[in-house]
Design a protein around this ligand. Sequence first.
Ligand SMILES: Cc1cc2nc3c(=O)[nH]c(=O)nc-3n(C[C@H](O)[C@H](O)[C@H](O)COP(=O)(O)OP(=O)(O)OC[C@H]3O[C@@H](n4cnc5c(N)ncnc54)[C@H](O)[C@@H]3O)c2cc1C
Length: 343
Amino acid sequence: MEKHEVVIVGAGPAGLTAAKRLAEKGEEVLIVEKEKDKDIGNKVCAGAISPKTINIFPEKLFETFTHKISFFTPSLKELTVESEKPFMGMVSRLELGQYMLDEALKSGASLKDNCEVKKIDVKEKTLNGGEIGYEKLIAADGTTSVVRKALGLKRKEFLCFQWTLPNTTHDKLEVYLSFTRFGFGAMYLFPHDDYIVIGGGGADPRRPIKDFRDYTKKFFEKRFDFSSATYGAAGVSFDYKGHRFGDITLLGDAGGFGNLITGEGISQAILSAEMEFGSEKEKIRERIVLPKRRHNLMLRGYRIADTLNLPKLLDPVADKSAGIFQSMVQNRVVNSWVNSEVL
Ligand SMILES: Cc1cc2nc3c(=O)[nH]c(=O)nc-3n(C[C@H](O)[C@H](O)[C@H](O)COP(=O)(O)OP(=O)(O)OC[C@H]3O[C@@H](n4cnc5c(N)ncnc54)[C@H](O)[C@@H]3O)c2cc1C
Protein backbone atom coordinates (compact mmCIF):
# COMPACT_ATOMS: atom_id res chain seq x y z
CA MET A 1 0.00 0.00 0.00
CA GLU A 2 1.25 3.49 -0.81
CA LYS A 3 0.86 5.93 2.10
CA HIS A 4 0.79 9.74 2.01
CA GLU A 5 0.74 12.61 4.52
CA VAL A 6 -2.15 14.30 2.73
CA VAL A 7 -4.47 12.77 0.14
CA ILE A 8 -6.84 15.08 -1.72
CA VAL A 9 -9.75 13.45 -3.55
CA GLY A 10 -10.73 15.56 -6.57
CA ALA A 11 -8.77 17.98 -8.77
CA GLY A 12 -11.37 20.75 -9.05
CA PRO A 13 -10.80 24.36 -7.90
CA ALA A 14 -11.10 23.31 -4.22
CA GLY A 15 -8.69 20.36 -4.40
CA LEU A 16 -6.10 22.14 -6.54
CA THR A 17 -6.08 25.24 -4.31
CA ALA A 18 -5.61 23.04 -1.22
CA ALA A 19 -2.87 21.04 -2.97
CA LYS A 20 -0.99 24.21 -3.91
CA ARG A 21 -1.18 25.75 -0.44
CA LEU A 22 -0.20 22.54 1.41
CA ALA A 23 2.65 21.71 -0.96
CA GLU A 24 3.98 25.27 -0.57
CA LYS A 25 4.13 24.63 3.18
CA GLY A 26 6.27 21.55 2.52
CA GLU A 27 3.61 18.88 3.11
CA GLU A 28 3.67 15.72 1.03
CA VAL A 29 0.46 15.84 -1.03
CA LEU A 30 -1.18 13.37 -3.41
CA ILE A 31 -4.21 14.44 -5.50
CA VAL A 32 -6.37 11.51 -6.60
CA GLU A 33 -8.57 12.32 -9.61
CA LYS A 34 -10.90 10.08 -11.61
CA GLU A 35 -10.34 11.91 -14.93
CA LYS A 36 -7.17 11.76 -17.04
CA ASP A 37 -4.83 14.73 -16.45
CA LYS A 38 -5.54 16.38 -19.83
CA ASP A 39 -9.30 16.41 -19.02
CA ILE A 40 -8.99 17.99 -15.58
CA GLY A 41 -11.33 20.98 -15.42
CA ASN A 42 -13.63 19.79 -18.20
CA LYS A 43 -16.85 20.19 -16.25
CA VAL A 44 -20.45 21.28 -16.95
CA CYS A 45 -20.26 24.91 -15.83
CA ALA A 46 -20.99 28.40 -17.18
CA GLY A 47 -17.41 29.43 -16.34
CA ALA A 48 -18.27 32.75 -14.67
CA ILE A 49 -15.83 33.84 -11.96
CA SER A 50 -17.15 36.46 -9.56
CA PRO A 51 -15.08 39.43 -8.29
CA LYS A 52 -14.46 37.49 -5.05
CA THR A 53 -11.54 35.66 -6.67
CA ILE A 54 -11.15 37.32 -10.09
CA ASN A 55 -7.87 38.98 -9.05
CA ILE A 56 -6.01 35.78 -8.23
CA PHE A 57 -5.89 34.69 -11.89
CA PRO A 58 -3.77 36.11 -14.74
CA GLU A 59 -5.80 38.27 -17.14
CA LYS A 60 -4.92 36.05 -20.09
CA LEU A 61 -6.93 33.19 -18.56
CA PHE A 62 -10.18 35.10 -19.11
CA GLU A 63 -11.98 34.87 -22.45
CA THR A 64 -13.91 38.01 -21.68
CA PHE A 65 -15.12 40.26 -18.85
CA THR A 66 -18.77 41.20 -18.37
CA HIS A 67 -19.47 44.86 -17.62
CA LYS A 68 -23.20 44.90 -18.32
CA ILE A 69 -26.11 42.90 -16.83
CA SER A 70 -29.80 43.04 -17.68
CA PHE A 71 -32.22 41.74 -15.08
CA PHE A 72 -35.70 40.85 -16.39
CA THR A 73 -38.82 40.92 -14.23
CA PRO A 74 -41.57 38.26 -14.61
CA SER A 75 -43.29 40.33 -17.33
CA LEU A 76 -39.88 40.96 -18.96
CA LYS A 77 -39.34 44.56 -17.87
CA GLU A 78 -35.61 45.13 -18.32
CA LEU A 79 -33.38 46.68 -15.69
CA THR A 80 -29.87 47.18 -17.08
CA VAL A 81 -26.85 48.00 -14.95
CA GLU A 82 -23.32 48.75 -16.04
CA SER A 83 -20.02 48.99 -14.25
CA GLU A 84 -16.46 49.88 -15.07
CA LYS A 85 -15.24 47.01 -12.93
CA PRO A 86 -16.35 43.60 -14.27
CA PHE A 87 -19.33 41.72 -12.80
CA MET A 88 -17.81 38.46 -13.95
CA GLY A 89 -14.71 37.13 -15.66
CA MET A 90 -15.56 34.37 -18.12
CA VAL A 91 -13.24 31.36 -18.44
CA SER A 92 -13.17 27.98 -20.14
CA ARG A 93 -13.39 25.47 -17.27
CA LEU A 94 -10.88 23.19 -19.02
CA GLU A 95 -8.33 26.01 -19.30
CA LEU A 96 -8.96 27.04 -15.68
CA GLY A 97 -8.48 23.42 -14.55
CA GLN A 98 -5.27 22.98 -16.53
CA TYR A 99 -3.88 26.28 -15.19
CA MET A 100 -4.69 25.38 -11.57
CA LEU A 101 -3.29 21.85 -12.01
CA ASP A 102 -0.05 23.27 -13.32
CA GLU A 103 0.21 25.62 -10.33
CA ALA A 104 -0.40 22.77 -7.86
CA LEU A 105 2.17 20.48 -9.51
CA LYS A 106 4.75 23.32 -9.69
CA SER A 107 4.32 23.76 -5.93
CA GLY A 108 5.32 20.14 -5.38
CA ALA A 109 2.00 18.22 -5.18
CA SER A 110 1.70 14.88 -7.03
CA LEU A 111 -1.21 13.63 -9.11
CA LYS A 112 -2.66 10.15 -9.49
CA ASP A 113 -5.08 10.59 -12.39
CA ASN A 114 -7.54 8.14 -13.94
CA CYS A 115 -8.18 6.80 -10.44
CA GLU A 116 -11.73 6.91 -9.08
CA VAL A 117 -12.12 6.67 -5.32
CA LYS A 118 -14.94 4.20 -4.70
CA LYS A 119 -14.32 3.04 -1.15
CA ILE A 120 -13.14 4.84 1.98
CA ASP A 121 -12.25 3.14 5.24
CA VAL A 122 -12.35 5.96 7.76
CA LYS A 123 -11.03 3.77 10.63
CA GLU A 124 -8.14 2.21 8.69
CA LYS A 125 -7.53 5.55 6.88
CA THR A 126 -7.35 3.92 3.47
CA LEU A 127 -8.94 4.37 0.06
CA ASN A 128 -10.14 1.72 -2.41
CA GLY A 129 -9.70 -1.30 -0.14
CA GLY A 130 -6.19 -0.48 1.06
CA GLU A 131 -4.74 0.75 -2.26
CA ILE A 132 -3.85 4.21 -0.83
CA GLY A 133 -3.30 5.17 2.82
CA TYR A 134 -3.50 8.68 4.27
CA GLU A 135 -2.75 10.61 7.44
CA LYS A 136 -5.06 13.48 6.49
CA LEU A 137 -7.81 13.26 3.89
CA ILE A 138 -9.24 16.24 2.00
CA ALA A 139 -12.55 15.77 0.24
CA ALA A 140 -12.74 17.99 -2.83
CA ASP A 141 -14.69 15.57 -4.99
CA GLY A 142 -17.62 17.83 -5.78
CA THR A 143 -21.37 17.59 -5.30
CA THR A 144 -21.58 13.78 -5.45
CA SER A 145 -18.68 13.44 -2.98
CA VAL A 146 -17.99 9.86 -1.89
CA VAL A 147 -16.13 11.15 1.16
CA ARG A 148 -19.13 13.22 2.32
CA LYS A 149 -21.26 10.10 1.89
CA ALA A 150 -18.79 7.98 3.89
CA LEU A 151 -19.16 10.49 6.74
CA GLY A 152 -22.93 9.91 6.62
CA LEU A 153 -23.73 13.49 5.55
CA LYS A 154 -26.63 14.04 3.17
CA ARG A 155 -26.53 16.65 0.42
CA LYS A 156 -28.87 19.32 -0.90
CA GLU A 157 -28.35 20.70 -4.38
CA PHE A 158 -28.98 23.79 -6.44
CA LEU A 159 -29.84 22.03 -9.73
CA CYS A 160 -28.36 23.68 -12.84
CA PHE A 161 -28.75 22.91 -16.54
CA GLN A 162 -27.19 24.65 -19.53
CA TRP A 163 -26.64 24.72 -23.28
CA THR A 164 -23.42 25.97 -24.84
CA LEU A 165 -24.07 27.63 -28.20
CA PRO A 166 -20.94 27.83 -30.39
CA ASN A 167 -20.23 30.68 -32.82
CA THR A 168 -22.66 33.00 -31.03
CA THR A 169 -21.85 36.33 -29.41
CA HIS A 170 -23.76 38.61 -27.06
CA ASP A 171 -22.85 41.89 -25.36
CA LYS A 172 -24.24 41.34 -21.85
CA LEU A 173 -25.15 38.91 -19.11
CA GLU A 174 -28.91 38.35 -18.76
CA VAL A 175 -30.75 37.16 -15.65
CA TYR A 176 -34.48 36.35 -15.61
CA LEU A 177 -36.39 36.25 -12.33
CA SER A 178 -39.92 35.00 -11.67
CA PHE A 179 -41.15 33.34 -8.50
CA THR A 180 -43.97 31.53 -10.28
CA ARG A 181 -41.84 30.25 -13.19
CA PHE A 182 -38.44 29.59 -11.62
CA GLY A 183 -39.20 29.51 -7.89
CA PHE A 184 -36.08 30.09 -5.79
CA GLY A 185 -33.87 30.26 -8.89
CA ALA A 186 -33.24 32.08 -12.18
CA MET A 187 -32.77 31.65 -15.92
CA TYR A 188 -29.61 33.18 -17.42
CA LEU A 189 -27.37 33.89 -20.41
CA PHE A 190 -23.59 34.17 -19.98
CA PRO A 191 -21.58 35.68 -22.86
CA HIS A 192 -18.10 34.27 -23.56
CA ASP A 193 -15.84 35.28 -26.48
CA ASP A 194 -17.24 33.31 -29.43
CA TYR A 195 -19.92 31.30 -27.64
CA ILE A 196 -22.68 31.82 -25.11
CA VAL A 197 -24.05 29.70 -22.28
CA ILE A 198 -27.80 29.65 -21.68
CA GLY A 199 -29.24 27.91 -18.66
CA GLY A 200 -31.00 28.03 -15.37
CA GLY A 201 -31.01 26.64 -11.90
CA GLY A 202 -32.76 26.60 -8.60
CA ALA A 203 -32.81 25.12 -5.14
CA ASP A 204 -36.43 24.04 -4.96
CA PRO A 205 -36.76 20.27 -5.37
CA ARG A 206 -40.57 20.57 -5.51
CA ARG A 207 -40.43 22.42 -8.84
CA PRO A 208 -39.83 19.96 -11.75
CA ILE A 209 -36.55 20.91 -13.40
CA LYS A 210 -37.82 19.42 -16.68
CA ASP A 211 -40.52 22.13 -17.03
CA PHE A 212 -37.98 24.83 -16.19
CA ARG A 213 -35.53 23.43 -18.76
CA ASP A 214 -38.15 23.12 -21.52
CA TYR A 215 -39.38 26.66 -20.87
CA THR A 216 -35.78 28.01 -21.03
CA LYS A 217 -35.04 26.35 -24.37
CA LYS A 218 -38.30 27.49 -25.91
CA PHE A 219 -37.79 31.04 -24.62
CA PHE A 220 -34.26 31.46 -26.01
CA GLU A 221 -34.89 29.54 -29.25
CA LYS A 222 -36.76 32.61 -30.47
CA ARG A 223 -33.44 34.51 -30.47
CA PHE A 224 -30.67 31.94 -30.83
CA ASP A 225 -29.93 28.84 -32.90
CA PHE A 226 -29.72 25.71 -30.69
CA SER A 227 -28.97 23.27 -33.53
CA SER A 228 -25.25 22.91 -32.61
CA ALA A 229 -25.73 23.39 -28.86
CA THR A 230 -24.29 20.97 -26.31
CA TYR A 231 -26.34 20.26 -23.19
CA GLY A 232 -25.28 19.41 -19.64
CA ALA A 233 -26.73 19.46 -16.13
CA ALA A 234 -25.49 18.91 -12.58
CA GLY A 235 -25.98 20.09 -9.03
CA VAL A 236 -24.19 22.64 -6.86
CA SER A 237 -24.18 21.47 -3.26
CA PHE A 238 -25.10 24.14 -0.70
CA ASP A 239 -25.91 22.30 2.52
CA TYR A 240 -22.95 23.21 4.75
CA LYS A 241 -22.77 21.04 7.89
CA GLY A 242 -19.24 21.90 9.00
CA HIS A 243 -15.99 21.10 7.25
CA ARG A 244 -13.65 19.50 9.80
CA PHE A 245 -14.39 15.93 10.80
CA GLY A 246 -11.29 14.56 12.60
CA ASP A 247 -8.65 13.76 9.97
CA ILE A 248 -11.07 14.61 7.16
CA THR A 249 -11.69 18.09 5.75
CA LEU A 250 -14.51 18.83 3.30
CA LEU A 251 -13.99 21.63 0.76
CA GLY A 252 -15.91 23.20 -2.14
CA ASP A 253 -19.08 21.42 -3.27
CA ALA A 254 -18.16 18.36 -1.17
CA GLY A 255 -18.51 20.58 1.89
CA GLY A 256 -21.71 22.27 0.70
CA PHE A 257 -19.97 25.62 0.13
CA GLY A 258 -21.94 26.41 -3.09
CA ASN A 259 -23.93 29.64 -3.05
CA LEU A 260 -27.63 28.92 -2.58
CA ILE A 261 -28.74 32.26 -4.04
CA THR A 262 -26.63 32.43 -7.22
CA GLY A 263 -25.58 28.80 -7.74
CA GLU A 264 -21.95 29.89 -8.06
CA GLY A 265 -19.33 27.62 -6.58
CA ILE A 266 -15.91 28.27 -8.17
CA SER A 267 -14.98 31.15 -5.85
CA GLN A 268 -16.53 29.32 -2.88
CA ALA A 269 -14.45 26.21 -3.67
CA ILE A 270 -11.23 28.24 -3.87
CA LEU A 271 -12.06 30.27 -0.76
CA SER A 272 -12.98 27.21 1.31
CA ALA A 273 -9.47 25.84 0.63
CA GLU A 274 -7.85 29.24 1.28
CA MET A 275 -9.79 29.49 4.55
CA GLU A 276 -8.29 26.21 5.74
CA PHE A 277 -4.78 26.32 4.31
CA GLY A 278 -4.07 29.93 3.32
CA SER A 279 -4.01 33.18 5.27
CA GLU A 280 -6.88 35.49 6.32
CA LYS A 281 -8.97 32.63 7.65
CA GLU A 282 -11.46 34.69 9.66
CA LYS A 283 -12.08 37.19 6.84
CA ILE A 284 -12.88 34.34 4.45
CA ARG A 285 -15.08 32.53 7.00
CA GLU A 286 -17.18 35.67 7.34
CA ARG A 287 -17.63 35.82 3.57
CA ILE A 288 -18.47 32.20 2.77
CA VAL A 289 -19.58 30.34 5.91
CA LEU A 290 -21.60 32.94 7.80
CA PRO A 291 -23.89 33.98 4.87
CA LYS A 292 -25.02 30.32 4.67
CA ARG A 293 -27.28 30.75 7.69
CA ARG A 294 -28.93 33.81 6.12
CA HIS A 295 -29.37 32.04 2.77
CA ASN A 296 -30.94 28.97 4.41
CA LEU A 297 -33.37 31.22 6.28
CA MET A 298 -34.30 32.89 2.97
CA LEU A 299 -34.92 29.48 1.38
CA ARG A 300 -37.08 28.43 4.33
CA GLY A 301 -39.02 31.72 4.06
CA TYR A 302 -39.50 31.18 0.34
CA ARG A 303 -40.81 27.63 0.91
CA ILE A 304 -43.37 28.85 3.43
CA ALA A 305 -44.44 31.59 0.98
CA ASP A 306 -44.67 28.97 -1.78
CA THR A 307 -46.86 26.71 0.36
CA LEU A 308 -49.16 29.68 0.93
CA ASN A 309 -49.15 30.34 -2.83
CA LEU A 310 -47.62 33.80 -2.33
CA PRO A 311 -45.30 33.74 -5.40
CA LYS A 312 -48.37 34.55 -7.53
CA LEU A 313 -48.66 37.81 -5.57
CA LEU A 314 -44.93 38.51 -5.53
CA ASP A 315 -44.48 38.45 -9.32
CA PRO A 316 -46.76 41.46 -10.00
CA VAL A 317 -45.09 43.32 -7.12
CA ALA A 318 -41.68 42.65 -8.70
CA ASP A 319 -42.98 43.97 -12.04
CA LYS A 320 -44.47 47.15 -10.60
CA SER A 321 -41.50 48.00 -8.40
CA ALA A 322 -38.72 47.36 -10.95
CA GLY A 323 -38.39 51.08 -11.75
CA ILE A 324 -38.17 52.02 -8.09
CA PHE A 325 -35.32 49.57 -7.56
CA GLN A 326 -33.28 50.66 -10.61
CA SER A 327 -31.13 53.20 -8.77
CA MET A 328 -30.82 51.03 -5.66
CA VAL A 329 -29.61 48.11 -7.77
CA GLN A 330 -27.21 50.35 -9.70
CA ASN A 331 -25.78 52.06 -6.63
CA ARG A 332 -25.85 49.50 -3.86
CA VAL A 333 -26.12 45.99 -5.29
CA VAL A 334 -23.78 46.62 -8.21
CA ASN A 335 -21.19 48.46 -6.15
CA SER A 336 -21.08 45.86 -3.43
CA TRP A 337 -20.91 43.01 -6.00
CA VAL A 338 -18.09 44.44 -8.16
CA ASN A 339 -16.11 45.41 -5.05
CA SER A 340 -16.60 42.06 -3.31
CA GLU A 341 -13.07 40.74 -3.84
CA VAL A 342 -11.89 38.58 -0.93
CA LEU A 343 -8.41 37.79 -2.23
C1 LIG B 1 -24.60 23.91 -15.02
C2 LIG B 1 -23.69 24.52 -14.00
C3 LIG B 1 -23.21 25.81 -14.21
C4 LIG B 1 -22.37 26.40 -13.24
N1 LIG B 1 -21.88 27.65 -13.49
C5 LIG B 1 -21.07 28.24 -12.57
C6 LIG B 1 -20.51 29.53 -12.82
O1 LIG B 1 -20.70 30.13 -13.87
N2 LIG B 1 -19.73 30.09 -11.85
C7 LIG B 1 -19.46 29.45 -10.67
O2 LIG B 1 -18.76 30.03 -9.82
N3 LIG B 1 -19.93 28.21 -10.44
C8 LIG B 1 -20.72 27.58 -11.35
N4 LIG B 1 -21.18 26.31 -11.12
C9 LIG B 1 -20.77 25.63 -9.89
C10 LIG B 1 -19.31 25.14 -9.99
O3 LIG B 1 -19.13 24.42 -11.17
C11 LIG B 1 -18.95 24.25 -8.78
O4 LIG B 1 -19.49 24.79 -7.61
C12 LIG B 1 -17.43 24.14 -8.64
O5 LIG B 1 -16.86 23.50 -9.75
C13 LIG B 1 -17.08 23.37 -7.37
O6 LIG B 1 -15.69 23.13 -7.33
P1 LIG B 1 -15.12 21.87 -6.53
O7 LIG B 1 -13.65 21.95 -6.63
O8 LIG B 1 -15.73 21.81 -5.19
O9 LIG B 1 -15.68 20.59 -7.30
P2 LIG B 1 -15.59 20.18 -8.84
O10 LIG B 1 -15.23 21.30 -9.70
O11 LIG B 1 -16.85 19.45 -9.13
O12 LIG B 1 -14.38 19.17 -8.88
C14 LIG B 1 -14.48 17.87 -8.31
C15 LIG B 1 -13.38 17.00 -8.91
O13 LIG B 1 -13.41 15.73 -8.25
C16 LIG B 1 -13.35 14.68 -9.20
N5 LIG B 1 -14.01 13.52 -8.61
C17 LIG B 1 -15.33 13.41 -8.31
N6 LIG B 1 -15.58 12.22 -7.72
C18 LIG B 1 -14.38 11.58 -7.65
C19 LIG B 1 -13.98 10.31 -7.14
N7 LIG B 1 -14.87 9.48 -6.60
N8 LIG B 1 -12.67 9.96 -7.23
C20 LIG B 1 -11.77 10.80 -7.78
N9 LIG B 1 -12.09 12.02 -8.28
C21 LIG B 1 -13.37 12.41 -8.21
C22 LIG B 1 -14.07 15.26 -10.42
O14 LIG B 1 -13.70 14.58 -11.62
C23 LIG B 1 -13.60 16.72 -10.39
O15 LIG B 1 -12.39 16.89 -11.08
C24 LIG B 1 -22.00 25.70 -12.07
C25 LIG B 1 -22.47 24.40 -11.87
C26 LIG B 1 -23.30 23.81 -12.83
C27 LIG B 1 -23.76 22.41 -12.58
